[in-house]
Design a protein around this ligand. Structure first.
Ligand code: PGA
Length: 245
């Protein structure tokens, strides 16, 4: 299974910076690891235009509604129509600043999958939760609430991203063993929940991944790739994360 690296550009870059990224990235990217890019919505058509065909483009959030009177929202349907491949759902910044809960993410995942996108569902514990020994329970709960009663999920349309909240944008990375412990638990939960295909669902790690720590993280048995914020903004860094130095 190819490792998957997803760039989460968050609310960064202008159109010139997007173009500069691809002028270097396209030249050196070998396809050794899969590369997906989640840009701001407005830049999506530009990313689609500039990227090579092996790179997949998507967004950082979509509405749970398919269409209608929801001012300011972006639909999974419109994303799919524009050739989008995936959407990140439940990123901790969305949970923290926009009051998303695992329960309403259940609807967002359902809609995204129904419309033909891959849902990349993010889970993770806060520092307080880790320190009080609740990590595995919190994550299990986030998985159950968001993935319960979903009949259309399979190993191709769902990716899980484990991102400890205390490691996002802080420079503090979970050690490979800490990450592996949680990934193994997520794998176990997925196998129980989806016996036919749970084993094949990709589980990515996210939280201060950088060129100098990526290899030891990816060497862990249950880490199938990474979700990368800061280090995905520079083409040379993201190339290194994709195994292209
Ligand atoms: P970071 O962000 O790599 O900057 O820690 C990861 C993320 O938020 O997806």
């Amino acid at each position: 299974m190819n490792k998957l690296m997803i760039a989460n550009w968050k609310m960064n870059k202008n159109s010139h910076e997007v173009a500069a990224f691809f002028s270097l990235f396209n030249e050196k990217y070998s396809g050794k690891r899969d590369a997906w890019i989640a840009s701001q919505s407005l830049h999506f058509p530009l990313v689609e235009e500039l990227k090579t065909s092996t790179i997949k483009a998507g967004l950082q959030n979509c509405s749970e509604h398919t269409e209608g009177a929801y001012t300011g929202e972006v639909s999974s349907r419109a994303l799919k129509d524009m050739n989008g491949h995936f959407v990140l759902l439940g990123h901790s910044e969305r949970r923290q600043y926009f009051q998303e809960t695992s329960k309403n993410l259940n609807s967002k995942i359902r809609t995204a999958i129904q419309e033909g996108l891959v849902a990349v569902y993010c889970v993770g514990e806060t520092l307080k939760e880790r320190e009080s020994g609740q990590t595995l329970t919190i994550i299990e709960d986030q998985i159950h609430q968001a993935l319960n009663d979903q009949s259309k999920i399979n190993s191709e349309n769902l990716v899980i991203a484990y991102e400890p909240v205390w490691a996002i944008g802080t420079g503090k990375t979970a050690t490979p063993l800490m990450a592996q412990e949680v990934h193994a638990h997520i794998r176990k939960v997925l196998k129980t929940k989806f016996p036919a295909f749970g084993e094949k669902i990709k589980i990515l790690y996210g939280g201060s991944i950088k060129p100098d720590n990526v290899e030891e993280l990816l060497a862990q048995k249950d880490i199938d790739g990474g979700l990368v914020g800061g280090a995905s903004l520079k083409a040379s860094d993201f190339l290194a994360l994709c195994g292209d130095k």
